[in-house]
Write a protein that binds this ligand. Structure first.
Ligand code: URA
Length: 277
């Protein structure tokens, strides 16, 4: 037990711990042991029979708590709504504006920012990752942190930078604590990334990591099986885009020996851009 109030730093550290652990909603100010609590007392009968209608009214209690801001409704409804809204966007700017208004994905309410895109939407290549991390969430753009720096070095090795490529994620809001987005969150966001690809209409698509490859290409194989093989991504408006899954830069940071595989994939992209593959 503490006999003095914790200082600000200790409170910040505790808050950081909760955020990193994935706690994304404050339901109450104090914890409750629901097993130890007695069941709520039955409502007292009021004496005056003429106040019959008041009998079942709840007893006055503490002031109402603010409701947590979470997406309402079933995930299937949200995915349906996303599909409906995404198809109305006639430009990437419109799509971003629609996404900013969209409340169907609960990740929006724990994220600081929407990380919609970076780079050049007119570029011949579009890169798609999984979801923003802490740096991307703070800045509001994909691939801003250490993975983004490695990505930039890999692009530079084949003569590209972000003025040549367009960058996005399958989920545009940071999942709390950098957890993997749930299948429901991915399904809700999918119509938006699909429309984003359609509107950017790149010549080549690079899926960064297994989740991007599996979700965009509707395949189950892991990234170590699919990387380096050309696939076809079919847009909703009938275009075929040559698509190459490759290892995620965050994985390469953890497994530097695998960078040679990443290098092979980026070399394949270079050859394709030069019309040699
Ligand atoms: N990892 C991703 O998949 N996307 C980002 O934007 C950053 C890290």
């Amino acid at each position: 037990m503490q006999d003095h109030p914790p200082d600000r730093d200790a409170l910040h550290a505790l808050l950081d711990f909760h955020v990193e652990a994935g706690v994304d909603l404050a339901l109450d100010e104090t914890p409750h042991n629901r097993f130890a609590e007695a069941p709520p007392p039955a409502l007292e009968r009021r004496a005056e029979p003429q106040q019959e209608t008041l009998r079942s009214a709840p007893a006055p209690s503490s002031p109402p708590r603010a409701l947590p801001m979470v997406a309402a409704g079933a995930p299937e409804d949200a995915a349906l709504l996303a599909r409906e809204q995404a198809k109305h966007a006639q430009s990437l700017e419109e799509l971003e504006a629609i996404l900013r208004q969209f409340d169907g994905c609960a990740l929006k309410f724990s994220a600081k920012n929407l990380a919609f895109s970076d780079g050049n939407p007119q570029g011949r290549v579009m890169l798609v990752g999984e979801a923003p991390g802490a740096d991307e969430d703070r800045i509001g753009k994909p691939f801003m942190g250490r993975s983004g720096q490695l990505l930039d070095r890999m692009l530079a090795a084949i003569g590209l930078d972000r003025t040549h490529v367009y960058v996005a994620n399958i989920v545009p809001w940071r999942p709390p604590g950098n957890r993997t987005p749930t299948p429901q969150e991915v399904a809700i966001c999918k119509p938006f990334i699909a429309r984003q690809i359609e509107l950017a209409s790149p010549e080549f698509l690079l899926c960064l990591g297994g989740p991007a490859a599996q979700n965009l290409l509707d395949i189950k194989d892991g990234i170590l099986r699919t990387r380096g093989r050309w696939f076809t991504y079919k847009t909703g408006d009938g275009r075929d885009i040559r698509t190459l899954p490759t290892l995620h830069p965050a994985y390469l940071l953890r497994q530097p020996l695998q960078k040679r595989l990443g290098w092979r994939d980026f070399s394949a992209l270079r050859r394709a851009l030069d019309g040699k593959e």
